[in-house]
Unconditional design. Structure first.
Length: 116
């Protein structure tokens, strides 16, 4: 699963914590959070140390994210859920991190489903 975020805030932390819970019992999930749109490494370091997140957090080399993903710049958070073969089984786009955090259970459920 790939999570692209234009913000590193408490709402994103809540979403990542929900994913961390899925990963605890499903080591094959393999999630990475990628900062785009100006998110800095220091932003993620602060979030990780404050919340003790286990999902890796990194920052995209290209500020707008990898071009191949054609991310919607209007979406503060984009989540791509992959199946075992690499096909995208679900994608979510949210205008703000609060909307993403509100759907954390749905995203975690999609991740569980992709592992089947």
């Amino acid at each position: 699963m790939l999570i692209f975020s234009q913000k590193a805030d408490e709402n994103l932390a809540g979403l990542v914590k929900a994913i961390d819970e899925v990963q605890k019992s499903n080591s094959k999930l393999g999630t990475v959070v990628v900062g785009v749109g100006g998110v800095e490494g220091a932003d993620f370091e602060k979030l990780q140390s404050t919340h003790k997140l286990t999902t890796p957090l990194t920052v995209a080399v290209d500020k707008d994210g990898p071009k191949a993903y054609k991310l919607n710049q209007e979406a503060a958070v984009t989540v791509l859920v992959y199946t075992k073969g690499g096909a995208i089984s679900k994608n979510f786009a949210f205008k703000d991190t609060k909307s993403a955090a509100d759907k954390a259970k749905d995203i975690a459920a999609a991740a569980q489903e992709a592992l089947k």
